[in-house]
Design a protein around this ligand. Structure first.
Ligand code: ZN
Length: 305
């Protein structure tokens, strides 16, 4: 019998656990509220120890920032998060000691991007930028079939973008930077700037033109620095009908032909695309991560090509 793998996505509000081999083969799945670290870790461990079949390895995609550096004394920990109670939480060591199998660690956007690359909107892409615009702005770069970490890991939501304070005097909502990309363009920024739940803003409200411009400015930074072969962009804010098309037009206009490629011009709708796996991407990518770490040269679906 083929090995099964565990996936965990710890989110700010919900934690999802699944057991299987990929999107077509999930044997068990559960959603748990993300409460205190101790209670949440106990519930994750209980899901896997009480399952009928045991995973060969478990992947975890976590909200961050996280320590992904092998050999670091705090490898596998959530580090400087503002989430109450979760600072310096050693997720990996706690789960390994309870489960007795290898536990692999990644950012939540890293696992979600990986899943989109393997099974979703980015299948076949040589490299990928995965971006979500929701309660924050998160993102990952997937290069060579793996999330790129570099020194720590990218935090694309906190890139600085031009902010014309005469046009938009809003100070931004990022607790650290104020008007970084996330501070200007995440869902809570829309709510705070316009004083209303963004879902209640009509399609023709000026909020959406400004939002498209801001999102495109951050994407332009990603394109100019990393030159990914494809960008998948999702998240709650992108559920607004027509917003993705507006962002595509803004990105093409901002690039102004400087980076010359048909995908950045007339074929932009094949370059900046919506995700396909929805809420399942994070946990599916965590399963792929576990499979790749457990059997590096095996089978399709492995993350290590
Ligand atoms: Zn910031």
């Amino acid at each position: 019998m083929d090995s099964l793998f565990g996936g965990v996505e710890t989110g700010g509000t919900w934690t999802v656990c699944a057991l299987g081999t990929g999107p077509a083969d999930i044997r068990a799945q559960v959603e748990l509220p993300t409460t205190t670290p101790a209670e949440t870790i106990d519930r994750i461990a209980a899901f896997f120890t009480q399952a009928r079949e045991r995973p060969a390895a478990v992947g975890v995609g976590s909200f961050g920032p996280v320590d992904l550096a092998p050999g670091s004394p705090t490898y596998g920990s959530v580090t400087t998060t503002p989430k109450p109670g979760w600072r310096q939480t050693p997720l990996v060591s706690e789960l390994e000691s309870r489960l007795g199998v290898p536990v692999v660690f990644e950012t939540d956007t890293g696992t979600a991007g990986l899943a989109e690359l393997l099974w979703g909107a980015a299948r076949g892409a040589a490299s990928l930028a995965y971006v979500t615009v929701g309660t924050g702005i998160g993102g990952a770069l997937i290069c060579g079939g793996r999330p790129w970490h570099g020194l720590i890991h990218p935090e694309v939501g906190h890139v600085r973008i031009p902010h014309d304070r005469e046009l938009d005097p809003f100070a931004g909502v990022c607790p650290t930077h104020g008007d970084c990309w996330e501070g200007l363009a995440c869902g809570p920024a829309l709510a705070a700037r316009w004083g209303v739940d963004p879902r209640e803003l009509p399609d023709d409200h000026p909020a959406w033109a400004l939002e498209a411009k801001y999102v495109a400015l951050g994407l332009l930074a990603i394109v100019t620095v990393a030159s990914p072969h494809l960008i998948v962009i999702g998240g709650g804010v992108l559920e607004r009908p027509g917003l993705l098309a507006r962002i595509r037009r803004e990105l093409t206009a901002l690039n102004a032909g400087y980076l010359s490629h048909p995908l950045l011009e007339r074929r932009i709708d094949h370059y900046l695309v919506a995700p396909q796996l929805g809420d399942r991407a994070g946990v599916l990518g965590a399963i792929a991560l576990a499979a790749g770490a457990s059997a590096p040269a095996e089978a399709s679906g492995s993350v290590s090509a």
